[in-house]
Design a protein around this ligand. Structure first.
Ligand code: ADP
Length: 162
């Protein structure tokens, strides 16, 4: 059985993340989505909110589970008995960061492999940070996230639903 973890901030989860989660679920026996508990960047949603939004987004995937984690991602992978870390790659800018992190992770735990899935064409431009910016400025973001995420985003920014 191959277990994979898919770690990230997911602040909040987007359709781009879900595309990767769906594809990982069909590749691996089990996928555990790891919601990073203490990212060093400003977050809109707290850990519990990010976990809840993600859980609600993957109810259709029977072999996927969602867990918060802190500390090293390889430590989380090991604790979950995972051999694989899944990440999504958009354009070239993600590549450099992922490559660097992969080399560091390999040093920390040589038994864990990184598997990068290329972002689907329609989600290449989509990031949680751009999404938040667009939503805050009144942009219509409904086609970029599940409905419950759109609702939560709008309520954070005090935007009335249409
Ligand atoms: P992190 O802070 O760890 O980068 P993110 O929530 O931004 O967390 O992203 C989690 C993972 O999902 C990363 O591997 C990222 O490259 C990937 N990802 C983010 N947006 C997309 C997208 N639109 N398409 C595919 N992968 C994506």
């Amino acid at each position: 059985m191959t277990i994979a973890v898919y770690p990230g901030s997911f602040d909040p989860v987007t359709n781009g993340h879900l595309d990767i989660a769906n594809r990982a679920a069909s590749l691996f026996d089990r996928v555990i989505i790891g919601i990073y508990d203490v990212p060093q960047k400003h977050l809109l949603f707290n850990t519990q909110e990010r976990v809840d939004l993600m859980k609600k987004s993957v109810t259709h995937l029977r072999n996927v589970r969602v867990e918060p984690y802190s500390g090293l991602t390889v430590g989380f992978a090991r604790a979950m008995n995972a051999k694989v870390i899944v990440r999504g790659l958009r354009m070239s800018s993600d590549f450099e960061r992922e490559f660097e992190m992969a080399l560091m992770n390999k040093k920390l735990d040589p038994d864990i492999e990184l598997v990068c899935l290329m972002s689907s064409l329609e989600f290449q431009f989509l990031s949680s940070s751009l999404l938040k910016e667009a939503c805050q400025l009144g942009g219509i973001i409904d086609s970029l996230v599940p409905a419950h995420v759109a609702e939560s985003l709008k309520s954070k920014y005090n935007i009335r639903s249409s």
